[in-house]
Write a protein that binds this ligand. Structure first.
Ligand SMILES: *Cc1c(COP(=O)(O)O)cnc(C)c1O
Length: 392
């Protein structure tokens, strides 16, 4: 089975981890700072904090920006459940803004409409969290302009988008946001096995998130309420968590980061060849903006069938592809249709563009180690599967 995504681990990656295992520190040693420096350099940002997952990174970003009961967080329904779960974990109210049917990212026009209505109702969001679906940046300029008008914070869920470009710079530089989060799960662009990083240009937010990732405890005299008792002294000044990344993971991440551009370039080579092959097939691909270069975490396609046929035919094509060695997947089941969210009061039909996309969606294999043979196999299987299921 050709997997939809897969890590690429070299002997250099392995020896960098083994070196840590032989060193004095398995955690809280020098590797985390090295990894963070590599992210700062890649993104052109002043602060980067590594933690044990992107979910943790999103959580401390929300906490650091003061999300709490009575406040609202809005995100995209086409994301992994972690994007909205972190809002619930802060005790906040969560809502969604529907996607643009072509870019599959949060639609700025629908955001503007929802903000105008929320202003009337007195329920404006404290945080808006666009999701850079598939590695393509959301329309950050438009969302940022709305934040200026309505006064909300922005956290980019860029779990898919390390190495992506936006507006002539790199995603992660936080030019249009308070914070930006990357995931380093093995299927993402760069991996640390499990891991996340949050970037920000705000020194204040960085200090707060640094406390939150490690118990709210500090050894920095500047952050203490009084002079220490001696060299052993530390103070707890916040209520924090243990979200720290280990040095083994950070060493893997730093080694992987040296190949970031190669990873993204290889994804582009494969994706652009898919674009050409699918141009004459009845499937819709994600709209990408060449000037805002996607990191291409995913290659999602939609079948053209409409109505009740759409989910039925999607399932047939999905099963055909799996049966023929193509490890397809579906990203994502709209979050508001999950039972947990339905129990909170969300219902089917609330975000029609997300639901329509989901009913026809399949993610095809895309990762830097796809061979020419794998690639040709996927294209042929899609062509045959479309015929087999009566879609072409
Ligand atoms: C993977 C992912 C997450 C969660 O990342 P973890 O590192 O597994 O916690 C959050 N949001 C999106 C959009 C993701 O794809």
């Amino acid at each position: 089975m050709i997997p939809y995504g897969r890590q690429w681990i070299t002997t250099e990656d392995i020896s960098s981890v083994v070196d840590v295992l032989k060193s004095d520190f398995l955690t809280q040693g020098p590797a985390v700072a090295t990894f963070e420096t590599s992210i700062k350099a890649a993104c052109g940002v002043s602060h980067a904090l590594a933690v044990n997952s992107a979910t943790s990174a999103l959580h401390i970003a929300c906490l650091g920006l003061g999300l709490k009961p009575g406040k609202h967080l809005w995100t995209s329904p086409i994301s992994f459940v972690a994007s909205s779960n972190v809002g619930l974990l802060c005790g906040a109210e969560v809502n969604f803004v529907d996607i643009d049917p072509e870019t599959l990212c949060m639609c700025p026009d629908k955001l503007a409409e929802a903000l105008a209505a929320a202003e009337q109702a007195g329920t404006l969001p404290h945080i808006v969290m666009p999701v850079h679906f598939g590695g393509q940046s959301s329309d950050m300029k438009a969302i940022h302009a709305l934040s200026q008008k309505y006064g909300f914070h922005i956290i980019e869920d860029a779990s898919h988008a390390i190495g992506a470009g936006y507006d002539g710079a790199r995603v992660g530089d936080c030019r249009y946001s308070d914070a930006c989060v990357f995931s380093f799960h093995p299927v993402k662009i760069v991996t640390t096995a499990e891991g996340g990083v949050v970037t920000t240009q705000s020194e204040e937010l960085a200090t707060q998130m640094d406390l939150l990732r490690s118990h709210g405890v500090t050894r920095n005299p500047d952050l203490m309420t009084r002079e220490g008792d001696g060299p052993w002294y530390y103070q707890q000044v916040e209520l924090g968590l243990n979200y720290r990344m280990t040095d083994m993971q950070a060493a893997l991440g730093a080694s992987q980061m040296t190949r970031l551009d190669e990873f993204v370039d290889l994804r582009h080579t494969r994706a652009e060849a898919y674009d050409v092959a699918f141009a004459d097939m009845p499937i819709q691909i994600q709209k990408r903006e060449p000037e805002n270069r996607s990191a291409l975490h995913l290659y999602p396609v939609q079948i053209m069938a409409q109505g009740a046929d759409r989910p039925v035919k999607r399932r047939q094509l999905f099963e055909y592809l799996r049966a023929n060695g193509v490890g397809v997947n579906v990203h994502y089941i709209p979050i508001h249709t999950q039972p947990y969210y339905q129990n909170l009061g969300f219902s089917e039909g609330q975000f029609p563009a997300a639901e329509h996309y989901y009913a026809g969606a399949i993610s095809l294999p895309l990762h830097p180690q796809l061979t020419d043979a794998d690639h040709a196999h996927v294209i042929n299987a899609v062509r045959d599967g479309l015929k087999e299921t009566g879609l072409s």
